[in-house]
Design a binder for this molecule. Structure first.
Ligand code: 4NP
Length: 154
């Protein structure tokens, strides 16, 4: 299970931390990771507000480090979720021949099927934006657990 956003420091590290935490709580042995389409923040920890909001929910994402998406992530992972339609377009372009349409979707389509809604980028906003984003991602992750809990996933 791979979560992808632009910088891999605000949204997808939250998605990674939340899904890993909730999967582990159910005893699900899933491979969960995140990546960014951009490379500006490679090796950096998550944004301090993402880390703070996750900690308020008992989830520690502070040890995660940013990395860039790579085409062969389509081989390593069974499912890939992107936060917005621009991530989708960028991943498609970066994946080239590795692209597998059936493996990838917008994260919010898990809770609002077919709507193609985006998880907004909280990067330029205030702490409230990070709380809002946490709630949306958490709802989607709960749905992912329900949907895939009977399958072993990478
Ligand atoms: P993210 O947010 O994609 O949720 O990690 C961003 C973080 C950094 C930048 C853009 C978006 N940036 O342009 O540096």
């Amino acid at each position: 299970m791979l979560m992808v956003c632009l910088g891999n420091i605000c949204r997808s590290p939250l998605a990674e931390g939340i899904l890993r935490h909730r999967a582990a709580a159910r005893g699900l042995n899933w491979l969960v990771d995140s990546a960014g389409t951009g490379n500006w923040h490679v090796n950096e920890p998550p944004h301090e507000l993402s880390t703070k909001v996750a900690a308020m929910h008992g989830i520690d994402i502070s040890k995660q480090r940013a990395r860039q998406f790579r085409a062969d992530d389509f081989i390593k992972f069974d499912r890939i979720w992107v936060m917005d339609s621009s991530n989708y377009k960028d991943v498609k372009q970066m994946a080239g021949n590795y692209w597998v349409e059936e493996k990838i979707d917008l994260l919010l389509n898990e809770i609002q099927p077919g709507k193609n809604n985006s998880v907004p980028d909280p990067w330029y906003g205030t702490e409230k934006g990070y709380h809002d984003v946490f709630a949306m991602i958490d709802d989607a992750c709960k749905q992912i657990i329900k949907k895939y809990q009977n399958e072993k996933q990478s």
